[in-house]
Ligand binder design. Structure first.
Ligand SMILES: CCCCCCCCCCCC(=O)SCCNC(=O)CCNC(=O)[C@H](O)C(C)(C)COP(=O)(O)OP(=O)(O)OC[C@H]1O[C@@H](n2cnc3c(N)ncnc32)[C@H](O)[C@@H]1OP(=O)(O)O
Length: 194
């Protein structure tokens, strides 16, 4: 059962999200926004290596394989790892809006245990936007895109300027990300225009 709080309910003046005209086409892989990202980075040895794919409208899908390193209870995925997979999937939606945003609130329901070696099929959608606040929802299903729901989440992302990272991050990583030879990743991190 979901017990979503008012904090992740869009207010009355919220509007429908608008897919950016230059958003990746439905079916296209989004790629990582940062090579060292725990959720999606290919250079992050300890990461989830989650790959999100654009869907129709402001939706994405992603697959995440639960590895032995992701255990909490013996043979079962750790709840925090599952929340991370949901967070990353939800965060990747903002690229379809061409908005830089960070997770303000993430409410997660853990519905079924998720065994090691399971492929979790994630889908996420932006439901509404109110000023800087972006409301979104996600589900993770076991074994197949129409498998049983194991986890779900509602989230509030808050739009930020690139200064958020420059002011709060470590200079060496910021410098490296700004000089990333991967132009798409650099654009996602630092040159996004609404
Ligand atoms: C280098 C690579 C780059 C990479 C670029 C790509 C980034 C990908 C990120 C991946 C996802 C992550 O891991 S993100 C990492 C985890 N998250 C974070 O570190 C965020 C930490 N929190 C913050 O920095 C801050 O609290 C913010 C930015 C979220 C909000 O601060 P702020 O900018 O001062 O704004 P503030 O006025 O407080 O809030 C704006 C509106 O949102 C609402 N609001 C804010 N937080 C909440 C909340 N938790 N629950 C309910 N509502 C909230 C406020 O009530 C307000 O509503 P109203 O009054 O307007 O109605």
């Amino acid at each position: 059962m979901s017990r979503t709080s008012a904090a992740v309910e869009p207010p009355a003046d919220a509007v429908r999200p608008v897919r950016h005209p230059d958003a990746p086409a439905p079916g296209e892989l989004l790629g990582a926004h940062y090579g060292e990202c725990f959720g999606c980075g290919g250079e992050q040895a300890h990461g989830l290596h989650l790959q999100a794919r654009a869907g129709e409208g402001v939706t994405v899908t992603a697959e995440f394989t639960v590895r032995p390193a992701h255990q909490g209870a013996p043979g079962l995925a750790h709840g925090g790892v599952l929340a991370s997979a949901l967070d990353e999937t939800l965060g990747s939606l903002n690229w379809l809006l061409r908005t830089i945003a960070v997770t303000g609130r993430l409410e997660t329901d853990f519905v079924r245990p998720v065994p090691v070696d399971t492929v979790l099929y994630l889908e996420a959608e932006v439901t509404a936007v109110a000023g800087r606040k972006i409301y979104s929802t996600a589900t993770g299903r076991i074994g197949a895109p129409d498998g049983p729901v194991a986890v779900r989440a509602d989230a509030l992302f808050v739009e930020v300027k690139v200064d958020h990272f420059i002011d709060n991050g470590r200079p060496e990583e910021i410098r490296a990300a700004m000089n990333d030879p991967d132009q798409v990743r650099r654009t996602r991190a630092f040159e996004v225009n609404p």
